[in-house]
Design a protein around this ligand. Structure first.
Ligand code: NAP
Length: 304
């Protein structure tokens, strides 16, 4: 297993789903690495203590990062700047700062501004669930999943290597990408799907002709698969859409055009158009399974 050799002490700021999963994965895969955790919420710190997530839970962000070789900010995207400002006085000069934010360009800019004298290497593990909080995390969350690292121009190669090795040690596959390109890719693969799910679930619950109890009763027809995504953390997703506004709006424009094409095909009875489209999308699902990014079991492996 690759070892992040320069990293003996990690500080995790934000102990929700992602932060607590990182702590658990370090405990299992890098037991020799010391982990200090901090969260702004006293309740989260209490739960993290009870769960034994870290070697130490610090009440104070400055104390949390003292002597850390690598600091990972695992707070909502809109809180990254505040979190960076709060840890700044406690960082040792050679500490590497990274994050796990779901959008990258804005976060990279905010972190570089808050920590101008430190190596800032942003990253995004493309792994998660619809749950949040310290109890929702699990140690295998990153296994076989991609982590996208987005170093800025002039980033230290040693620091990029340390962050890359760290994520590989947690079981992730790492790809390096420009932050703006990351934001466009994720707008398509994650942010737009979440927006669509939030829309459909909201729309269905407000229809006049169909009651909410009917929507719930007959949800196995497809609706329930959208509800998993639409149950995702409201604060996290509010911040993602505000932070990745440009790429999301560009992708949404394209989606609206394609939706109009399908709308026309249905209205005109264009069977070929519909069949061609659905055949192409089915092939995409097959590719995802072939590349190990989902299970081949029908209906996501649900028991019937
Ligand atoms: P989460 O479960 O809600 O945890 C975030 C934690 O950070 C909360 O306990 C929150 O406390 C705390 N926090 C907020 N501001 C803070 C600050 N300034 N200092 C210290 N702690 C602070 O969220 P999550 O799902 O782990 O997401 C964390 C980050 O990972 C986000 O940037 C998100 O975009 C990214 N991400 C999420 C997923 C996913 O599927 N969930 C996947 C990949 C990446 P309060 O609740 O009291 O504010």
């Amino acid at each position: 297993m690759p070892r992040a050799s320069s990293v003996d002490r990690v500080a995790i700021v934000g102990l929700g789903l992602i932060g607590s999963s990182i702590a658990r994965a370090i405990g299992e895969r890098l037991p020799e690495v010391a982990v200090v955790g901090h969260d702004a919420s006293a309740e989260v710190r209490k739960v993290a203590n009870e769960l034994g997530l870290c070697d130490t839970i610090a009440d104070d962000p400055v104390a949390a990062v003292a002597n850390a070789d690598l600091v990972i900010l695992a707070v909502p995207v809109g809180r990254m700047a505040d979190a960076a400002v709060a840890i700044a006085p406690g960082l040792k000069p050679e500490a590497i700062i990274s994050d796990v934010g779901s959008s990258k360009a804005g976060v990279a800019e905010a972190l570089a501004k808050a920590l101008p004298d430190h190596a800032v290497i942003p990253a995004h593990p493309v792994a998660g669930t619809e749950n949040s909080g310290p109890a929702a995390g699990f140690s295998t969350l990153f296994e076989g999943r991609w982590c996208i690292v987005t170093p800025g121009a002039g980033a230290s190669e040693d620091a990029v290597t340390a962050v890359t090795s760290f994520w590989q040690a947690l079981g992730a596959k790492v790809e390096t990408m420009d932050a703006a390109h990351h934001d466009m890719v994720l707008a398509v693969t994650s942010h737009l799907p979440h927006l669509i799910a939030y829309t459909i679930v909201g729309t269905a619950s407000e229809l006049e002709e169909v009651t909410e109890s009917e929507v719930i009763k007959y949800s196995a027809g497809g609706f329930r698969d959208f509800t998993r995504i639409a149950a995702s953390d409201p604060v996290m997703w509010r911040d993602v859409f505000l932070a990745n506004k440009g790429a999301v709006l560009a992708t949404l424009q394209r989606f609206n055009e394609d939706l109009t094409v399908l709308q026309q095909a249905i209205r005109r009875g264009d069977a070929d158009k519909l069949e061609d489209w659905f055949t192409r999308t089915r092939a995409i699902r097959r590719s995802i399974i072939e590349q190990g990014q989902d299970d081949a079991a029908p209906d996501f492996g649900r028991k019937h």
